[in-house]
Design a protein around this ligand. Structure first.
Ligand code: G4P
Length: 526
């Protein structure tokens, strides 16, 4: 095997998806603890406080610049190198999460055992489904009273439309929680609540018929034996191929806060989760073991830390390898650039990388020339697609406080929209600037950044727009006619694409009915 093949085989690039409070932050900390990168734990915890209020969020980002440093966490387990891509906890930044999901090879889904499948999980699962991302499920908080495990699996199957294959099974819950039975290993892993901050391998008892179990579990042992017989009969056996196709999810039970079930999860992750996979560009499918470098930018982040005032473009490597100082071809601009100082995100500090491989994320310093979805290669004209823009659901008109700053405002908004921080629309009928967002915090962050980075003070006014749709039409004549008749509702987005800004849902529905040859699209792929 060449270096390239070895490095690819080792890598697992993934994200955690969950509804807020299911335990994503806690699980992330524990994964890092087991992976030997515990110095991250504080930073992760700090981040959580940030999701409650805008002011906190920005103060914190500013203070610590943590958004950039904790964006990618690399750690080792079982001979594998895991790249965990962080996603914002706050729903208002969910667009960032969706884009990050295009850069992973698999995902870990965390579910609260008392709450089951929740609304954000459903939405995130939809996004995973767009690329058939393989998913491993962790059902968390078994140390509390929750719902019956069988009921939870049924719910996942029914609501999320994915078959469940339990790999561990819980023994009791809440006060009676004793551990899990590992179905593949035929062994009971006993729970001990004393080991919160340490990595301790708890007691393992081989074999369901082992008399030691009767001793340790008392009356619960009969229940367990019966249940396992049932589970073995009634549930899907684990099918690796079905998991890789995104049709089946292996399920683990545990308690993240108690470090319990995390090791089993990590072991399975190293064993089953896919290494970097071939990826479709518009021109052809690119295999990770191709010697020539290729990759795409899935997110751009401004650092609010005044010490590191810069923007970082996050690039996922799809093939070949990166070496410090190499020249990369910026496909959209048709230009060669020398990348002397890309960074990786090992541990809590920024480090300049010497080399990086498929599945790795490198950070490129961006002075306004890099946009979300840009592709970089070693000369080939390739375009990786599939990064979604979602039709915003909230709209505001921008009001400039100092009219002399109009130029700076335009420039700032355009750059922020290229980063994907907000979406900007310019109606055809007037000179308004309308901002669109998926979550209301995005407006606050945009105003903050306009002031901070572009020295422009702006406010917002309500505007009569309920929703937006990107317009496509194959027949230029029909399109012209459509534009003429709907002039007052049309706008261009930051990329110059035509958008229909509907004042009401009913208006949109009528327009769709009236113009059957025009496509009104709720997402735009970059
Ligand atoms: P999130 O990132 O998905 O939003 O969830 P997070 O890890 O912050 O966990 C949400 C709450 O659930 C936290 O409690 C956390 O301590 C708790 N939790 C996580 N895993 C477990 C578990 O295995 N068992 C139990 N019983 N609780 C768990 P909190 O009170 O909101 O915060 P904190 O003050 O404990 O940090």
């Amino acid at each position: 095997m060449t270096d390239l093949h070895q490095e690819i085989a080792k890598r697992r690039t993934f994200a955690i998806i969950s509804h807020p409070d299911a335990g994503k932050t806690t699980l992330t900390e524990k994964l890092l603890l087991f992976g030997g990168a515990i110095q991250m734990a504080g930073a992760i915890k700090g981040r959580k406080a940030a999701r409650h209020a805008t002011s906190d969020w920005m103060a914190l980002e500013k203070q610590r610049g943590i958004s950039v440093t904790t964006s990618v966490m690399q750690f080792e387990h079982g001979g594998c190198l895991l790249n965990l891509l962080d996603t914002p906890g706050h729903a208002d930044f969910s667009e960032d999460t969706y884009r990050t999901l295009t850069a992973v090879d698999s995902a870990l889904m965390v579910i609260d055992s008392a709450k089951g499948v929740e609304e954000r999980t459903i939405k995130l699962m939809e996004v995973c489904r767009m690329r058939d991302t393989p998913i491993i499920t962790f059902i968390n908080k078994l140390d509390r009273e929750g719902r019956e495990p069988i009921e939870l699996l049924d719910e996942i199957e029914a609501v999320l439309g994915i078959a469940c294959a339990p790999l561990t099974w819980p023994i009791g819950m809440g006060q009676r929680f004793k551990g899990v039975y590992h179905l593949e290993e035929d062994a009971v892993h006993l729970f001990d609540a004393r080991h919160r901050d340490r990595v301790v391998k708890g007691e393992i008892i081989e074999g369901l018929d082992n008399p030691l179990l009767d001793e340790r579990l008392g009356e619960q042992v009969g229940e367990l034996r019966e249940e396992i017989e049932l589970v073995r009969g009634a549930s899907h056996p684990f099918d690796h191929a079905a998991y890789l196709q995104g049709r089946q999810t292996p399920v683990f039970f545990g308690s993240a806060i108690n470090n319990f079930g995390v090791l089993e999860l990590l072991d399975a992750f190293a064993k089953y989760a896919p290494p970097p996979r071939p990826r479709a560009a518009l021109e052809r499918v690119v295999s990770p073991d191709e010697p020539r470098f290729s990759g795409f930018v899935f997110k751009i982040q401004a650092n609010m830390d005044p010490q590191h005032r810069d923007r970082i473009a996050f690039l996922r490597i799809c093939s070949g390898s990166y070496r410090k100082g190499m020249k990369l071809y910026h496909v959209r601009l048709g230009k060669q650039i020398t990348v002397a100082n890309a960074m990786t995100f090992q541990a809590a500090s920024r480090q300049h990388v010497e080399e990086a491989w498929p599945g790795d994320i490198i950070g490129l310093y961006n002075h306004g020339t890099i946009q979300v979805a840009d592709t970089f290669t070693q000369g080939e004209k390739l375009k990786f697609g599939g990064i979604p823009y979602f039709a915003p659901e909230l709209f505001r008109r921008v009001v400039l406080k100092d009219p002399l700053k109009a130029k700076a405002l335009h420039k700032g908004l355009l750059q922020l929209s290229e980063e994907g921080a907000t979406q900007v629309f310019r109606p055809l009928k007037n000179n308004d600037l309308i901002l669109g967002a998926v979550g209301v915090l995005q407006f606050d962050v945009t105003a903050f950044r306009l002031r901070d980075e572009y020295n422009v003070e702006c406010g917002y006014e309500p505007v009569n727009v309920a929703t937006a749709r990107w317009i496509e039409c194959d027949d230029p004549k029909v399109l012209e006619e459509f534009k003429r008749k709907n002039f007052e509702y049309l706008a261009e987005d930051g990329g110059g694409f035509l958008v229909y800004l509907a004042p009401t849902r009913v208006n949109l529905q009528l327009a769709e009915e009236r113009w059957p040859d025009v496509r009104f699209k709720a997402t735009r792929e970059l």
